[in-house]
Design a protein around this ligand. Sequence first.
Ligand code: PEP
Ligand code: MN
Length: 341
Amino acid sequence: MKGLKIISGPCSAESEKQVLETALAIKDSGIAYFRAGLWKPRTRPGCFEGVGFAGIPWMQKAGKASGLKICTEVARREHVEACLEAGFDMLWIGARTTVNPFQVQELAESLKGSDVAVYVKNPMSRDLELWAGAVERLRSQGIENIGLIHRGFPDFSGGAYRNAPEWQAAVKMRMMFPELPLICDPSHIAGNVKYIPRISQEAMDLGLDGLMVECHISPGSALSDKEQQLTPAQLDGLLKSLNVRNNDSEDDSYRRQIAGLRSVIDNCDIEIIEALAKRMEASREIGRIKKEHNISILQITRWDEVMDKAVNAGAAKGLSKEFISEILNDIHKESVSLQNE
Ligand code: PEP
Ligand code: MN
């Protein structure tokens, strides 16, 4: 699929027939790995928690019959050992496991010495350090074949999606680990098939390297994540419809336009820094004068005025209130600390 890494298959392995039929139905859609969860980390007990070790031979069979590489989620040492023994090509660490350094460490140690690919989903909590920490724990055990999966973060603000995508977080991970493939899981972000195409395309527009998408031979009867699983036909349609952007272009007019705009940005950055330096100098001077007159540093009414003025000026130029107040808050923090010197 145009150089993309596509991982697809059901949320859970449910029966030998379901696993095999799904793998055969999607094998020609251009996917790299066939997925199915054997051990399902359900938030509340009492739901279907996966078929466990019994599903391993089904996955092996599905891999052989379809020619696809196979993968599943691991959360415990015993899962890793059984999957390595069974010849799984890739294992992934789920969002509920990435949050736990003890568990990640246990997995990393049990993976030691193997060259299996390991993908790490972002943790349930919005903490990039945990995500990065998992990569470091794997690397410290000599695991090099690592990938990242952005599956969004729980969203309690009542948005349409099951998990909110945090593209900014994905971009930060890309900057921290530019050598690692970074893919998106639109199924767990969306929570519903109707949003999957839109989220997948957003991931492509950002230059992510692929997708992990859930697909079930008969989603209506799925034992987990029923609403977010595509049919094989929908998966095929989705993959055909994606517009994958290039990383770069040799086209002269493209290069000229980008170079021109980049130099505008570089100049703006210098101007912003010069203005900040001038502003901080004035703050320092204010701090000196306040000290001389024994006046307290923090004056809330003045700060409200500064913020209001800036937010209004920003709005007049089409800049959002959140953006301006975030910048102003950072500037203010620095000013206060200079006045304290
Ligand atoms: C899954 O991929 O089925 C899964 C449980 O995902 P996550 O860890 O992202 O919730
Ligand atoms: Mn799922």
